[in-house]
Design a protein around this ligand. Structure first.
Ligand code: V47
Length: 350
């Protein structure tokens, strides 16, 4: 029954989607790969980007986070705008197309500090795509400075933000969310913020943090809430399942995810999220080796060169210095796929 639905590419309900985990990995992967091949052939997208995390001072304490300054990580920092501009200027020499800017929720800087980062970068480098401010940050700025989500979103547009990253989604299930990140943006608020952003004609991504205390059912629920919103707005470019990194944080997991469970979740994402075009295997959290394999389990995008990665590397990922472009491209080629450099909105470059 489920195989017939997969053959016919029919949309799956919650129970059907959950039952996909009972299929063996290769059967599941074959269906996911068929969808990937129909849409993208052997193309795998990547971009040349730079991650910047301007501050790690955070008023929230998420149990999974090793990046924000806290008892576990006493080294606080907040970059000046000049330091940020110097970083961007150096990265422009490496031909970046995008800056991906995500901060902690710093209550001490003022709203202008956040917004002027974007304005200053855009004024100096109008060609750069600025992907910045997660829904969690927008919620923080909205409550901290007594502005509506719409007002913050208008300010983002005025100051040069082009698209929103997918962070802060974690797991939408309210009970799990309360345990892992009770203080921050709620699930319906996260979805509402992306809806408002899409209504401005703008694009964003969506993440899911998995491999901690959530169940398989929680993952399916998460995907279906995204699918419902995407039916309305069409504004999500990519879905990014983030594998939980276990070090230096407060959330202890009994058993780390197996590679099989990660690949199954990738393949299920490709099948269930029939309306989100790209599935990103974020090499930072899956490891590069598994990201390359995920290309055969539905993934058509491996994110970018990054240059400096602070959030997941703080929790144990091997991504501190990004990956050199030539190595990245070779790895994709040698795994049998065609590396395609893309811009942030998935237009093919060169
Ligand atoms: O939302 C925090 C995650 C996210 C850990 O939109 C962790 O293109 C794993 O959203 N283990 C921020 N993950 C990063 C993010 C992102 C990354 C790459 C591309 C895009 C995009 C977005 O990092 C947070 C949180 O879920 N995170 N701690 C951890 N221990």
């Amino acid at each position: 029954m489920i195989l017939k639905k997969l053959e016919d590419r029919q949309r799956l309900n919650f129970d059907e989607a959950l039952s996909l985990y009972d299929l063996d990995l290769i059967t599941l992967g074959t269906y996911a790969n068929n969808i990937r091949e129909d849409r993208f052939g052997k193309k795998t997208y990547y971009n040349i980007n730079r991650h910047i995390n301007p501050t790690n001072v955070c008023k929230d304490v998420c149990q999974f986070c090793a990046y924000s300054a806290s008892r576990k990580n006493p080294d606080q920092y907040t970059m000046t705008h000049d330091e940020i501009l110097d970083t961007v200027t150096n990265s422009v020499k490496n031909n970046i197309d995008e800056v991906h800017i995500v901060s902690a929720h710093n209550p001490n800087t003022g709203l202008e500090w956040y917004l002027e980062i974007f304005k200053k970068i855009k004024d100096k480098f109008p060609q750069l795509h600025i992907k910045a401010l997660t829904a969690a940050e927008i919620h923080f700025l909205s409550t901290q400075y007594n502005k509506s989500y719409e007002e913050i979103i208008d300010l983002m547009c005025e100051n040069g933000v082009d698209s929103m990253p997918g962070g802060g989604a974690e797991i939408f299930d309210e009970a799990v969310r309360k345990r892992i990140c009770g203080g921050k943006v709620k699930s319906d608020e996260w979805l509402q913020i992306h809806k408002l952003w899409h209504e401005k004609g703008k694009k964003s991504n969506a993440t899911m943090l998995f491999g901690h205390i959530e169940s398989r059912a929680n993952r399916i629920d998460h995907m279906l809430r995204l699918r419902d919103l995407q039916d309305i707005t069409g504004g999500f470019n990519a879905f990014i399942p983030l594998v939980y990194q276990t070090q230096n944080n407060y959330l202890k997991v009994k058993e780390p995810l197996t590679a099989q469970e990660i690949l199954k979740t990738m393949a299920i994402s490709r099948i269930v999220l029939d309306n989100i075009p790209s599935l990103k295997a974020y090499w930072v959290t899956s490891t590069m080796k598994l990201a390359l394999i995920a290309q055969e389990f539905g993934a058509n995008d491996l994110d970018g060169t990054i240059e400096k990665e602070s959030i997941q590397s703080a929790a144990g990922a091997n991504s501190k210095n990004g990956i050199p472009l030539s190595e990245f491209v070779e790895l994709i080629k040698n795994s049998g796929f065609e590396p395609i450099r893309r811009d942030s909105l998935y237009k093919e470059l060169d």
